[in-house]
Design a protein around this ligand. Structure first.
Ligand code: MF3
Ligand code: CO
Ligand code: CO
Length: 271
């Protein structure tokens, strides 16, 4: 059953630790730059320069024709928002997703950012999405199943009257960007492959205030909610240990979420 899911060694964990921390360091660095008036292309340029200075490699530039170091997904954009001349407005919320390659290992992580001050509805969605990721991560146990993760996320998000995006999922990663298995963010406990120590994968739930359906814009990348409702996402890359998980992409600065809004978050957990 699990033949296609790679099992990694302790040395491999060290490789992922370094790559994951590199990606998370970029997200930490961006906090002070996300503000009303800047363009998404400007944020992408900063990331590109940071990656070059550090001697890392962007995993997304050249990936299936994608030409940017980040995906910046604002408001009703679910994922894969393309940086460009769009000017960020006060109250915009956005996911910024970065993947870097360090010594051949892939670090993939994303978080939500707020430009200036946003409203309670948006703050609540980000809190629910962050908590959904935490519950998904807590459901990962060696000997458990991938369906446990999706079930934990879906149960919580839907209890808060939000919906879980079905069209995009987490993924195995390591020395490749997108590997087996698909990590669904919805499902049934006990379903799917068994979770075993040494597996590396991402959990990256996208949660909508409205319905879960998405549609791709004519640019071929940008996924938006079909009903144009607000969407949020957080992503961590993890490794399964003998007794739980190691999160490779925790904030090196120990930042809290949502970290750059004037409003008090409902949940003040670490990113
Ligand atoms: N980082 C995204 C993920 O979480 C993938 C982005 S691919 C891109 O899997 F080409 F859109 F950048
Ligand atoms: Co990912
Ligand atoms: Co990502």
């Amino acid at each position: 059953m699990n033949k296609k899911i790679k099992i990694h060694t302790p040395e491999d964990f060290q490789g992922m630790r370094v790559a994951g921390q590199a990606a998370a360091e970029i997200l930490d660095m961006l906090v002070d730059h996300v503000k009303p008036g800047v363009t998404t292309a400007y944020l992408d340029d900063i990331v590109r320069e940071y990656i070059n200075e550090k001697g890392w490699v962007s995993a997304t530039i050249g990936y299936r024709g994608y030409q940017h170091a980040t995906c910046i997904s604002i408001n009703h954009v679910v994922c894969h928002g393309i940086p460009g001349n769009k000017v960020i407005k006060n109250g915009d919320i956005m996911n910024i997703d970065v993947t870097v390659i360090v010594d051949g290992w892939f670090g993939d992580t994303s978080r939500m950012y707020v430009a200036g001050e946003t409203n309670r509805k948006a703050m609540r969605l980000m809190d629910i999405t962050w908590e959904s990721l935490q519950r998904g991560l807590k459901a990962i146990k060696p000997g458990g199943h991938f369906g446990d993760i999706g079930a934990a996320i879906q149960e919580y998000a839907e209890s808060q009257h939000c919906s879980v995006v079905r069209d995009f999922c987490g993924h195995g990663l390591g020395r490749v960007f997108h590997d087996e298995p698909n990590v669904l963010h919805y499902g049934t406990p006990g379903s799917g492959p068994e979770i075993l120590p040494g597996m590396f994968f991402t959990v990256e739930p996208m949660i909508n205030l409205g319905k879960w359906q998405t549609t791709i814009l004519p640019d071929g990348w940008t996924a938006v909610t079909k009903d144009r409702s607000l969407s949020a996402q957080f992503e961590h890359a993890i490794g399964v240990t003998e007794d739980g998980i190691e999160i490779f992409t925790l904030s090196p600065k120990g930042l809290y979420t949502p970290h750059n809004s004037e409003l008090e978050p409902f949940l003040g957990g670490k990113l």
